[in-house]
Design a binder for this molecule. Structure first.
Ligand SMILES: Nc1ncnc2c1ncn2[C@@H]1O[C@H](COP(=O)(O)OP(=O)(O)OP(=O)(O)O)[C@@H](O)[C@H]1O
Ligand SMILES: [Mg+2]
Length: 387
């Protein structure tokens, strides 16, 4: 097996950090060099291990390393790639030079810098496995759609001024006069762009990367998990499993009877809704899973005989199919809402928009001059007929 990247995401507080850390402990124990990296700006990986962790990979145990990405640190490490952003943005007269701390607050910047580490570790083949403890769903979806959004802007709306405007809209209003950047800046923007494209291809390569959704058995968490699943599939990220964490078992006594029955209902819904992916069920533990020993215990409860490095589902999420002389694009998108759906062909690209989310698919040649004439959801699959 080549290098693997496992990314754990989910609503706030559901147990992403604990499960990511516990997974990393178990992989390291099996002899694979493992890095668990937190990309949540509100780091708590150190709390899970009960040890302070810095912005560089820190050795925690044999084969096990942990890192809490700091945006300031990333800016220093990846300055050459990132400076294009800024030079372009701040080539305006009358603006004071800005500090790394201020740069760190620019929208899009923290996402970009975290992703740059991922590319570096992947391409330098530093680790057999990289486990990502990511920010709560909303934030990490932003992170995962970032390379795509950037590709779109680079392709369509270069020159720089407008591309930059998207990334720093809040600041844009105060900036009056952005000039087209010089060659060096242009090159560093290109490098960044190229890196982000590579990151996207790494994160969407189902042989390498796997996205795992963590949830608790409650209604809000279930809704958010379904939403996240839809968007991840829309963006082509390979989701292979759902982790239902903090399940009350029978030993929790009479007081939790009502809770157990509510959780039972939700778990039933999870079983029905996520039948294509593997579902891991994790009990509420008697004590907080803190420290390597408890995290290892937790991982054997979670995975029992399964290998966390396995790929638990290999379904393709987009297919181009010709049937009875008709052309179809089929996209797996369970839980998507048809109300907010728009589909159209724009110059050989199929644009699929669901609410605020937009995805662009480059159509194969035989499809490129065809337009969608019908779109319907059939068993969680968006079926688009093209003519
Ligand atoms: N199965 C479990 N049994 C008992 N406690 C748990 C379990 N899983 C997680 N916890 C505890 O729940 C709390 C939240 O877990 P954790 O920090 O892993 O969640 P998170 O999703 O990473 O949160 P955040 O969104 O804040 O990053 C922690 O105190 C953790 O120790
Ligand atoms: Mg966390």
């Amino acid at each position: 097996m080549g290098q693997r990247i496992l990314l754990y995401t989910g609503k706030g507080g559901v147990g992403k950090t604990s499960i990511a850390a516990s997974t990393a402990c178990s992989i390291a124990k099996s002899g694979k060099k493992t890095l668990v990296i937190s990309t949540d700006p509100a780091h708590s990986l150190g709390d899970a291990f009960g040890i302070e962790i810095g912005p560089k990979p820190k050795k925690m145990a044999e084969n096990l390393y942990a890192q809490e990405v700091s945006v300031n640190e990333a800016i220093n490490t990846h300055w050459n790639e990132l400076k294009g952003y800024l030079t372009g943005l701040f080539q305006t007269e009358g603006l004071d030079p800005i500090s790394a701390e201020e740069i760190a607050t620019l929208p899009g910047f923290d996402e970009a810098s975290q992703l740059l580490y991922l590319r570096q570790y992947y391409e330098e083949k530093d680790f057999d496995a990289i486990v990502i403890d990511s920010a709560p769903t909303g934030e990490s979806l932003k992170l995962l759609s970032f390379p795509e959004a950037m590709t779109w802007y680079m392709d369509k709306i270069f020159p720089m001024g407008r591309f930059a405007a998207k990334l720093v809209r809040p600041m844009w209003n105060t900036v009056s006069n952005i000039t087209i950047p010089d060659d060096e800046v242009f090159k560093s923007v290109e490098t960044l762009y190229e890196y982000l494209r590579r990151i996207r291809s790494i994160l969407t390569d189902p042989k390498v990367s796997t996205i795992r959704l963590v949830m608790n058995p409650d209604k809000m968490s279930l809704s958010e998990t379904k939403r996240a699943f839809t968007y991840l599939l829309l963006y082509g990220y390979p989701v292979d499993s759902v982790f239902v964490n903090k399940i009350y078992d029978d030993s929790t006594g009479a007081f939790f009877k009502g809770w157990r029955s509510n959780q039972g209902e939700i778990i039933k819904d999870v079983n029905d809704s996520f039948s294509d992916v593997k579902i891991f069920k994790v009990p509420m533990l008697k004590e907080e899973p803190i420290g390597i020993e408890r995290l290892e215990e937790m991982s054997s409860l979670i995975y029992s005989d399964s290998d966390p490095l396995d790929i638990f589902s290999r379904e393709k999420n987009i297919q181009f199919v010709k049937e009875h002389g008709k052309y179809f694009v089929r996209l797996k998108l369970p839980f998507a809402d048809k109300k907010n759906l728009e589909v159209f062909n724009k110059g050989g690209e199929l644009i699929i928009q669901i609410g605020n989310w937009k995805r662009v698919f480059y159509l194969p040649t035989v499809y490129s001059d065809k337009n969608p004439i019908k779109a319907e959801f059939i068993n969680g699959v968006l079926d688009i007929e093209m003519k």
